[in-house]
Design a protein around this ligand. Structure first.
Ligand SMILES: [Zn+2]
Length: 167
């Protein structure tokens, strides 16, 4: 897997116009490579103007482009980064570890999360339920706790239904 990815990248450099060598390869070139890979992607990423923007499972096809999923790109960069050093590249000049690449990946992740309505959050970070804050504690607060209490009251109002099972 890693070797194949590495060869793909070397091939990309070889076909690059103007020609590019590994030694002259920067983070910007790596980003260019990732964008080039988008044409082979299989993940629908909706444009902001699309009706299905933010829908993880749209009911009908649309004209938005297919791209590489963020997770694939992130994993690919990890493999190429390792391959670069296994092939004699120095860690401090590793273009796959460049700051620009990290920023690009983060933008892709956030963009795809918005476009597809998928929150890209770690599942592990389960938030413990927030206990109802006792208003007396701390002493110093004036009216600051009022809005929080109102929000809780609003959420409570929905309970009590729940007879409709899946048929
Ligand atoms: Zn769309």
């Amino acid at each position: 897997m890693k070797r194949r990815d590495w060869n793909t990248f070397l091939q990309y450099l070889k076909n690059h116009k103007p020609p590019l060598t590994l030694a002259r390869c920067s983070g910007a070139h790596v980003i260019e490579f990732l964008k080039y890979l988008d044409q082979f992607g299989k993940t629908k990423v909706h444009n902001q103007g699309c009706n299905y923007f933010g829908h993880p499972n749209p009911p009908a096809p649309c004209a938005c482009p297919l791209k590489q999923a963020w997770g694939s790109l992130d994993a690919l960069i990890g493999r190429l980064r390792a391959a670069y050093e296994e092939n004699g590249g120095r860690p401090e000049s590793n273009p796959f570890g460049a700051r620009a690449v990290r920023i690009y990946l983060r933008e892709v992740r956030e963009g795809q999360a918005k476009a597809r309505g998928i929150p890209y959050e770690k599942k592990k970070r389960k938030r413990p339920p927030v206990p109802a804050a006792p208003p007396a504690e701390g002493g110093g607060g004036d009216g600051a706790s009022g809005s929080g209490a109102a929000a809780v009251a609003g959420e409570r109002s929905g309970s009590g239904g729940g007879g409709a099972g899946p048929s």
